[in-house]
Design a protein around this ligand. Structure first.
Ligand code: 5AD
Ligand code: SF4
Length: 467
């Protein structure tokens, strides 16, 4: 892993990486290996690619196996309690590896590491964890490893809200689909959500930095670029350069090459008709909108601090479909927000039926300490919420098979990602992220092509049309 000339990645970190290289050479009799374990959302997967880039700069080679690693880093998620419990369990299970290999370095980073109660718990009960650091200081990983090699326990959990450090080395997991973070943090403070507390204030990258990274990815052969941010629709807000998300989409679309652009996540309150127009006009932008609505009840939306109502959301869907009749729409929903009644929940169900989402990400509300919702009255039992949740899944199942059936007869752009189980058949994803199988030559692997959807029998099947 090399740092490019005129990179703005801090030179002191490059120097720390060189020292780490040397220290590891002196200490170990083999090439050091590192394993990064990632929990949670795409933002974390993308952050992990940069953590891996810095580890490579420090001389590590990457492994998926914790038991052969000299450094294990868990990049954690705090969005729901269940994800946190898994981290405690899995990091707990690393203790025996440390006993066997005292040179092993164990680190915990990401959203969990940004919460004081979590850090205190690691300090007290997980003494064998050598470094705990938060989301905004992760570009200083070489320095933190250096300090651990000097015998220090490192706890770096400040949230300085500085601008995003550019040119952090990146080691991408895939060669065809790649993540491109365009911003970090969130200013929305939805009352249930921990993200604004653990990722800090919203900060956008400079448009030129985003465009440069996009150009590099396209030159390297990437066919799908996923633009990432907690709320991409507010990209560039308040910045002097005046490039908002709609303009950024148009600029990336103008880069030469055969590739597809995706983005997530959109907040309905900031999803303007200007963004929808840009989606419609840009031929490389997938006609897919992930637009979380969380609840169909106006009363609950208010309690959630979402700044839109049911009618506003439905109007946005109408505006989007008027511009893009084939648009695939997906969403996130929370079931069992504090004080939600069965009547409120039925409003969610009816919205699901009327919009006809391609697919849904559904969650049972999980109280997060420090958020306003965690202090609200929550009289409905977990068992009852579980019943509602199952009812929602059943409702969406029927909608999903209806939307898949409706895709039959349409012509779609498909990114070919692999061979299907049946020989001679390939499998790929449409703009709307639907999986489709069709007969074609393997030379199409990792390419975009046009496919006509011909049938649905639990799997969408199609016919190859052209490149
Ligand atoms: N409980 C359950 N789901 C949550 N989400 C965010 N916070 C919580 C929580 N406390 C869900 C929202 C968000 C998605 C990424 O995770 O639906 O859109
Ligand atoms: Fe959380 Fe709301 Fe920000 Fe999404 S927009 S990260 S749900 S606070």
């Amino acid at each position: 892993m090399e740092i490019l000339q005129n990179s703005s990645y801090p030179t002191e970190q490059v120097a720390f990486a060189e020292r780490v290289n040397q220290l590891l050479k002196d200490k170990l009799d083999h090439r050091p290996k590192a394993c990064v374990v990632t929990y949670g959302c795409q933002q974390n997967v993308s952050d992990s690619e940069r953590l891996k880039g810095m580890l490579c700069l420090c001389g590590y080679e990457m492994t998926e196996q914790t038991d052969e690693a000299d450094l294990i880093l868990s990049n954690t998620c705090a969005v729901r309690g269940h994800a946190e419990d898994r981290v405690y369990g899995n990091v707990g299970a690393l203790k025996h590896l440390k006993r066997r290999n005292p040179n092993l370095i164990i680190g915990v980073c990401g959203c969990m590491a940004q919460q004081q109660i979590v850090v205190d718990r690691f300090k007290k009960s997980f003494r064998y964890v050598d470094m705990v650091f938060g989301t905004q200081v992760q570009h200083r990983l070489p320095e933190m490893i250096y300090r651990v090699l000097q015998g220090e326990h490192v706890y770096e959990t400040s949230l300085p809200n500085d601008s995003i450090v550019e040119d952090v080395p990146v080691r991408r997991d895939g060669e065809v689909k790649g993540w491109l973070p365009i911003m970090n943090g969130c200013n929305n403070f939805c009352t249930y959500c921990i993200v604004p507390y653990v990722r800090g204030r919203e900060r956008s990258r400079e448009p030129e930095a985003v465009l440069q990274e996009a150009r590099e990815m396209i030159a390297a052969g990437y066919k799908e670029i996923m633009l990432l941010g907690q709320n991409v629709n507010s990209y560039g807000k308040g910045e002097a350069h005046g490039v908002n998300f709609a303009k950024l989409l148009r600029q990336i679309n103008a880069i030469e090459g055969d590739f597809r652009i995706r983005f997530m996540t959109s907040h309905p309150k900031d999803c303007t008709t200007e963004v929808l127009d840009a989606m419609r006009d840009c031929e490389k932008v997938a006609k897919h909108l992930h637009l979380p609505f969380q609840s169909g009840s106006d009363r609950i939306l208010k309690q959630m601090n979402r700044h839109y109502d049911r009618a506003g959301y439905l109007n946005l869907i109408k505006e989007a479909r008027e511009r893009m009749p084939q648009l695939a729409i997906t969403s996130d929903i929370i079931v069992g927000f504090p004080g939600e009644t069965y009547e409120d929940f039925c409003e969610t169900l009816s919205l699901v039926r009327s919009v006809e989402f391609t697919s849904l990400f559904t969650f049972i509300y999980s109280p997060r300490e420090g958020t306003p919702a965690a202090r609200m009255d929550d009289p409905v039992s977990r068992a009852e919420k579980g019943k509602w949740f199952n009812e929602l899944l059943k409702t969406q199942e029927a909608v999903t098979s209806k939307t898949l059936q409706a895709a039959v007869g349409s012509t779609q752009r498909v990114l070919v990602e692999g061979c299907a189980d049946t020989s001679g058949f390939l499998v790929g994803h449409t703009d709307g992220n639907l999986s489709v199988e069709f007969a074609a030559d393997e030379s199409l692997l990792n390419q975009l092509c046009t496919v006509k959807i011909t049938s649905y029998d639990g799997i969408l099947r199609g016919e190859y049309i052209s490149k």
